[in-house]
Ligand binder design. Sequence first.
Ligand code: ADP
Ligand code: MG
Length: 615
Amino acid sequence: MSSKIKILSENLCNQIAAGEVVERPLSVVKELVENSLDAHATEIRIIVEKGGKRLIRVEDNGAGMSREDLFLCLERHATSKIASADDLFCLKTLGFRGEALPSIAAVSRVRLASQQENSAEGFEIHVDAGKVQKASAAGIPAGTVIEVRNLFFNTPARKKFLKTEQTEFSHIADFISKISLSFPQVQISLEHNRRTVINLFRHHSLSDRVVALLGAEIFSQLTSFEKSGLEGLKVHGFLGSPDLNRNSASAIHSFVNRRFVRDRLFQHAVMEGYRNLLPRHRYPVVILFLEIPPDLVDVNVHPAKREVRFRQQGIVHDFIADSIQDALRGRKLSVGESNPAGMGWSFPVSENRKPEAVESGKPYPFVSTKTSRNYSSRVVEELTGFKPVQYPGPSRTSDPETGEAGEISSLLPDDPDFQKRGFFSSLQVIGQYHNSYIICQSREELILIDQHAAHERIGFERLKSQFENGRVEIQELLFPKTMEFGFQDAAALQENLEKLLKLGFGLEPYGGKAFVLRSIPAVLNPDQAEQVLKETLEEIVVLGKSRAMTHEIEKLLITMACHSMVRANQSLSLVEMRSLLQEMDDVDFSTHCPHGRPAVMRLSLHDVEKMFHRP
Ligand code: ADP
Ligand code: MG
């Protein structure tokens, strides 16, 4: 009987390996750039077309390859970086598996050209879906050029998984910006569709590179830190002010021995380091380099080398968390000092947990200067989390005694006063309670209005109807503002310019990652606009396309609305209270509240009497 089991062909093996190593254009860029860095290049140029789907070209001035190596590097498990299993545990290079080039070549059309310094001539070879098509001498400068065209052209099923050009490119830009932090001395440029997106010269220090990459404004909110621990552990980098917090963990940049990794352990340790300083579900901006003796870490646990495993996970975790905590603690503010010179930032007070010093009865060391962000995220949570207010159906409209006796009921839209002259405008204002609630009475009811919730709802309803009618009311900025964004945000911006314009933000590309902000929604205070735009963008990046569009827009409107609103704890004059009531009528407050919490409560005379046990 013949055997059913077959040894797979070399090419098929490479295609299977490619499934693990080459997931998307980003993977190709990552492997090629890592190779260039391993070859000690000091200049790397990356050229991408159509998000990397059409072309990825990486040029470097590194060590180059001989003619023989040019052929060999395409063989599976061909590497110059390790020779024995022991080498796996004292790695000094980013690559070591010898899988990348054959995997990439198996699913694209590749041209490799290389010239070693001091050799008479260079060589190039062309490979199509893993098969060498031609090889010849080539005149190129010392270094290596690898061109990858038509990724996944021979594996259409995989091609279907690719996202839009912009999305694929934003992953690439994000990776380049991260890896460039790890190699500040290397000149790195990235072009997309013939536009230069990143252009970093050689920098002397990490700080210079951070400024060049993230901008001086963010840099001013970072503080550098460094610590050595047991077992040869060392950590250094930058910690963002807790105020600089983000919606996702994507701004936690972690590196192990200069290798960028996305590792749960790191994220957890960082969050532990920032414990009590961040609002719920917010993440800090952190650049963290861990140096660890190579024999204490295994980098060979993930085909794309994104994750690592430590021999002593707990020790590494605690070392990172403690280092961050110490660094942040060392910079605590003294009482009343909100933003001392040189600090550039202050700690906000987190929502749910009080800073430790408060818990332990020490003087209150944190002064919050910017809580709006915590605040807005909380409002979004609250508004989206609450169930819609249940209005009674038509069957109950004839019954004026709504709600169970003795219970506070939500405001009902079926009150005859609603239809006539505006229910709220017709109320008599008794006063304000606790600078937060407006107390009114109608003919026989006591009405409590949460001024903040009411304002929020007004703003939201107004924005929503403006949005539905085409465009949100805008105000042109007297002084258009140039804003710099991170790569991912800039890509999201570029993709969503129209959507943002509909929301009232008029933005124009200004080259690279810069945009000019010309108009903002009329409801916003120009001072807050930038902040709201950034948050809105974050929402877009995080929510992406995964959620229904309407939900997304609604969330954005809520974010915007809560920035324009009257806060709780604000004393209002009678005129202001009256105008609030008027506005409540104007926006048709009663008819729909997509995820509103009750902004209004009312007690009938009967309810009040019952409270006091009156017959
Ligand atoms: P690995 O990086 O794991 O060794 P690769 O498939 O990525 O495996 O590369 C195979 C080999 O090709 C490398 O070990 C290296 O010797 C050589 N190589 C690849 N890219 C370059 C480059 N840009 N410059 C010099 N040598 C390179
Ligand atoms: Mg490699």
